[in-house]
Design a protein around this ligand. Structure first.
Ligand SMILES: Nc1nc2c(ncn2[C@@H]2O[C@H](COP(=O)(O)OP(=O)(O)O)[C@@H](O)[C@H]2O)c(=O)[nH]1
Ligand SMILES: [Mg+2]
Length: 698
């Protein structure tokens, strides 16, 4: 890839709720700049950026897409992000890798919740932001309404750099308010336009908008404000300079109009980003810590020691693992050794690549602002910092999402368990929002993620890349069994078939252990006078433990029980390890049944944040979920409630909370303790487990 002076580099992320047109805009930018020879389209699966089969099928992005282009001798590197709640953590990671946010507002739908959330999240990451009001060609497109949303919801005073000429089907171009020229586009989507005088139909509007622009820029800049108030002439050069300064600091947010699909209004957008956007060299010093955890910062300069954030891992069936990182300071040469300050180990960097869609080209060296992919780093994962060993820095970790939904998965073909585990691990490398646990009792894999679509898409990807297919079912709650009283039981195993027989006999007393003490099992050997020979005592204990793992009531593990072995009988010839194991297991079951068993369920601490007006509904819903309110709090317009809720009632909370709060609610959930399941609920759990045949044999 060609090298550029770092002042001529722009690193841009595209953000908004799904469907506003980010991918289409990125395609239009690539095409307009001549970086692609055709205009890729999301709808017919020809998008360069949405190239993964899952994205083509859904006609929507599921992961970050990378691209770069040249405009007016500047290099623009960009990251297209998904805006669907199932995949939005990709966008949150991308926020950390760019210097400039290009936010899209749909001219029909306006500013939706996810755009608002990402806008807010971006505040902590960078200052320099642009807004593109897209879909001006669509029916019901309303530029004024979009501006109102930008003002009311995002709290931004739009600094208009272009306004639309025509609306809906009649949308034909924009007025570039910096140059005060009309760009009238051909209707074929080629992006070709003629620069003309501003047509009469928008002349007045354009003059007004220009006046407001000059005023807004003047207000952001003391020197200019004086001139402006003194009604002195402000030159185009001065205006540009002050605009750039204001935009870089985040005092001014340029807003431009256009249509990604019709390829209209892209040039003024690229002009604006190139002329007023912040470069990687102008970023405020990057903050992090040293290895001891002390806060340090480092200038974003090539002379400074290396700091680069690995913000994405792509697992590619052909190229293997690709780690994608952004360089903030220093530089990296190909074929060199660098230091991973999170894993605290050296890594060998081979060839470095700049990627566009699924294509790549070599890059060397990697300099500040570069987004680089390297293959086969051995220990590096998403969120790690690449740095130098003699002056290491650790950049803040990426936000870790709390997973909200989980399913149990079983491979379709028996014997695929290992393959499944390996491919799930690969997927997790690529996607930190995916989690996998093995339930040893049921042998199921519990897959956790951000939503049903997220999990389904991940499994589709797994089938395509690694050829493993699974069946999904609702997950099982990790119930436990325990006893509430003491009781005694006898375990007798006696078999006489032909030659050598089997003989084992034991008496057990079981009693409950205090759950809060945390001891789950105690075994007390109280055999006197050799009623059971010493060498068979461990056999009895093993049999007891085995029974406890398999459960008595409903197939869930039994915990918090003390077992006292107080009597037994043996036979000189027929007694064996196996016979006493079976006796122990039978004895435990008999004692447990005599004691009466109860089911325990995990109780979670749940914290929900929602707009105040929906709090009543959220609390009502919590009550129906057997929740116990612990407290409420408010923060601005939001209400926060805390409650203890059984996990069994929270498995699919996310979609329900979304519908109660119209997508404005958020929640976190954490295990707190186990509690007895109420009888009427327990009955159903036991019946369900019997039906599944967990109850068994012997
Ligand atoms: N009419 C019209 N449709 C658009 C425009 N931009 C995007 N779309 C359509 O909106 C849908 C979502 O676009 P996409 O680029 O995938 O949005 P993303 O989810 O933000 O990446 C697709 O059907 C696009 O064809 C536009 O400017 N005008
Ligand atoms: Mg997209």
């Amino acid at each position: 890839m060609k090298d550029y002076d770092r002042k001529s580099v722009r690193v841009v992320g595209l953000f908004s709720h799904g469907g506003a047109g980010k991918t289409s805009l990125a395609e239009a930018m690539l095409f307009s700049a001549g970086a692609s020879s055709r205009l890729g389209r999301v709808d017919d699966g020809t998008s360069i950026l949405d190239y993964e089969p899952e994205e083509k099928k859904r006609r929507s992005s599921t992961c970050m897409g990378f691209g770069h282009l040249e405009h007016n001798k500047h290099l623009l590197q960009f990251i297209d992000t998904p805006g669907d709640p199932n995949f939005v953590s990709e966008a949150r990671s991308a926020l950390r890798a760019v210097d400039i946010g290009l936010f899209l507002v749909d001219a029909i739908d306006g500013v939706k919740v996810l755009t608002e959330k990402l806008w807010q999240a971006s505040m902590g990451a960078f200052h320099c932001r642009y807004i593109f009001v897209n879909k001006m060609d669509r029916e019901r497109a309303d530029f004024e309404l979009a501006l109102k949303g930008i003002h009311d919801v995002l709290g931004v005073q739009p600094c208009l750099l272009s306004i639309p000429i025509g609306r809906e089907a009649g949308f034909k171009g924009v007025v570039d308010l910096l140059r005060m020229k009309a760009l009238l586009y051909e209707s074929d989507g080629s992006g070709k336009f003629k620069e003309e005088e501003i047509p009469a139909e928008v002349a007045e509007e354009a003059a007004d908008a220009r006046k407001q622009l000059v005023e807004a820029v003047a207000e952001s800049n003391d020197a200019l404000l004086e001139k402006y108030l003194g009604e002195e002439e402000i030159s185009a050069k001065e205006l540009f300079a002050a605009l750039g300064e204001g935009v870089k600091k985040g005092l001014l947010v340029p807003v431009l109009a256009g249509s990604a699909l019709k390829n209209i209004g892209i040039k003024p957008l690229l002009d604006a980003i190139v002329e007023t956007g912040v470069s990687p060299a102008e970023r405020a010093p990057i903050k992090g810590t040293d290895l001891a955890g002390t806060e340090i910062e480092r200038p974003c300069a090539e002379e400074a020691p290396l700091s680069a954030l690995v913000f994405k891992t792509i697992s590619d069936p052909y190229r293997g693992k690709l780690s994608v990182f952004r360089v903030f300071s220093g530089k990296i040469q190909g074929d060199s050794t660098i230091y991973n300050s999170v894993k605290r180990g050296r890594e060998r960097i081979g060839q470095m690549l700049a990627i566009t869609g699924d294509a790549s080209e070599q890059l060397n060296p990697a300099r500040i602002g570069d987004i680089v992919a390297v293959a086969k780093l051995k220990d590096t994962g998403t969120g790690d910092t690449l740095t130098v060993e003699n002056d290491p820095m650790v950049l803040p970790a990426l936000p870790s999402p709390s997973r909200v939904i989980s399913f149990a998965a079983v491979p379709k073909s028996k014997g695929d368990e290992d393959k499944l585990m390996i491919s799930l691990n690969r997927l997790m490398e690529e996607d930190p929002t995916l989690g996998v646990k093995r339930d040893l009792r049921t042998n199921e894999f519990i897959i956790e993620g951000m939503g049903q679509v997220h999990i389904e898409t991940s499994l589709e990807k797994m089938r395509r890349k690694y050829g493993v297919e699974v069946n999904l079912s609702a997950p099982k709650v990790p119930y436990l069994e325990t006893i509430k009283r003491s009781a005694k039981g006898e375990g007798k195993y006696k078999k006489q078939t032909g030659g050598k027989g089997q003989f084992g006999w034991c008496w057990l007393e079981i009693s409950p252990l205090d759950r809060s003490a945390g001891v789950e099992f105690e075994f007390d050997d109280a055999i006197k006078g050799g009623a059971i020979p010493n060498n068979f005592i461990p056999s009895v204990e093993k049999g007891v433990k085995d029974r406890m793992t398999k459960g008595v009531l409903a197939g869930y593990p039994v915990k918090y029980v003390k077992v006292r072995l107080y009597d037994g009988k043996y036979h000189e010839v027929d007694s064996s390890d196996m016979a006493f194991q079976i006796a122990g297991s039978l004895g435990f079951r008999a004692a447990a049944e005599a004691a009466g068993m109860v089911l325990l369920e995990p109780i979670m601490t749940v914290e929900v944040t929602m707009p105040g007006e929906t709090a009543g509904d959220v609390i009502g819903d919590m009550n129906r979920r057997r929740g116990r309110l612990l407290g409420t709090d408010s923060a601005g317009n939001s209400q926060i409630i805390k409650a203890h809720v059984p996990l069994a009632e929270m498995l699919r909370y996310s979609p329900d909370l979304d519908s109660i709060t119209s997508g404005r609610g958020m929640f976190t959930m954490e295990f707190d303790h186990y509690e007895e399941v109420p009888a009427h609920v327990a009955e159903k759990v036991i019946a369900a487990s019997k039906k599944e045949g967990v109850e068994e044999e012997e």
